[in-house]
Design a protein around this ligand. Structure first.
Ligand SMILES: [Zn+2]
Ligand SMILES: [Zn+2]
Length: 328
């Protein structure tokens, strides 16, 4: 399966400013000074090989939306602003004759209802097309009500009832395992204001866990986890763990304790204990610059070396960005 990140920013969208773009251009031109480029290919090579990620790119703006690609139906985690881009991409595929005009099925799994996880839905064009099927899954009892409310006056001009696709809401139970769109899916309740849920997807011997907006303590905390912490089972041997690591270490411990998010320290400790193969940090803090997010990724990789000292566990670590495409 493949995983495509349409939105990775936590809490609220974080647009890139003119000043930031200008600073990136200045750094790129400085780095290019000693080079002669004969063609566009040379320029592309230079960008990919010599410019660090925060100079050549950006971690992005959209709030959480992750697509799991395996099969004809769409499987999507959360409906943040990234869902709007997913919908627009789908419409482009129709124009190019690569998708059917209607009759597509979108399975959307919702972790919880904070704005950053649902605000893309009113802008999801395929939900306005008759003949499409939109299935919204979640563990909260008032699932439908929360979606209806965000489009009621005066919050949005178009009520949910005016969206022409066949939209259904399906409430799941965390103690059960479900077969949906060819995946075996289970959930877990997470510590977060108002409660959120993580999802575990399994298919063809591969496992992906989407676990965002969850607060976990670390081994440095006096109330540290016991060995039978349920998340160790939930994350167990995942091929990919998408994990809320919104804060760097200082913020998690000093000022944002009990805000409902985790640090990269908790991410590494849990992922190593659960023998995860690939850890992807997610729900990026909206106030962090690309450079600070890059430093956070570096700190996470360094912490793995320290934490791993006695019991080495090889694990790939990345930090998600809008447009990141991974094979799982
Ligand atoms: Zn969030
Ligand atoms: Zn939240």
């Amino acid at each position: 399966m493949r995983v495509y990140f349409w939105g990775t920013r936590g809490s609220l969208p974080a647009s890139i400013t003119a000043e930031t773009v200008r600073a990136k251009i200045i750094r790129a031109i400085k780095a290019a000074k000693a080079h002669n480029f004969d063609n566009d290919g040379d320029i592309e090579d230079f960008i990919d090989r010599e410019l660090p990620f925060p100079v050549r790119s950006t971690y992005g703006s959209n709030t959480p939306c992750v697509e799991i690609k395996n099969g004809e139906e769409y499987v999507i985690c959360d409906a943040g602003t990234g869902l709007r881009d997913l919908g627009n991409h789908h419409m482009k595929l129709i124009e190019q004759g690569l998708q059917r005009r209607n009759g597509s099925v979108f399975n959307i799994f919702v972790s919880h209802f904070h704005w950053d996880h649902v605000q893309g839905f009113p802008f999801f064009t395929p939900a306005y097309i008759p003949g499409n099927k939109v299935r919204i899954y979640g563990f909260h009892k008032n699932l439908k009500n929360f979606f209806v409310k965000q489009q009621n006056q005066p919050y949005f001009p178009v009520p949910l009832a005016s969206m022409s696709a066949d939209i259904q809401f399906i409430v799941l139970k965390p103690e059960k395992t479900y077969e949906i769109s060819g995946f075996e899916i289970s959930g877990i309740e997470q510590k977060h204001p108002g409660i959120s849920y993580g999802f575990r997807f399994q298919k063809d011997g591969r496992t992906l866990v989407y676990s965002t907006d969850a607060e976990h303590k670390t081994s440095y905390d006096s109330s540290a986890r016991e060995e039978n912490y349920p998340f160790l089972d939930f994350f167990k041997e995942a091929d990919l763990l998408i994990f809320d690591a919104q804060y760097d270490w200082n913020e998690a411990v000093l000022s944002k304790d009990d805000w409902g998010h985790s640090s990269y320290v908790a991410a590494v400790e849990l992922a190593v204990k659960a023998k995860v193969k690939h850890l992807c940090l997610f729900h990026n803090e909206p106030t962090y610059t690309d450079e600070r997010l890059d430093a956070l990724l570096e700190d996470t990789r360094n912490y793995l070396k320290i934490y791993n000292d006695h019991q080495p566990h090889p694990m790939q670590i990345d930090l998600a960005y809008d447009g990141y495409d991974i094979k799982v």
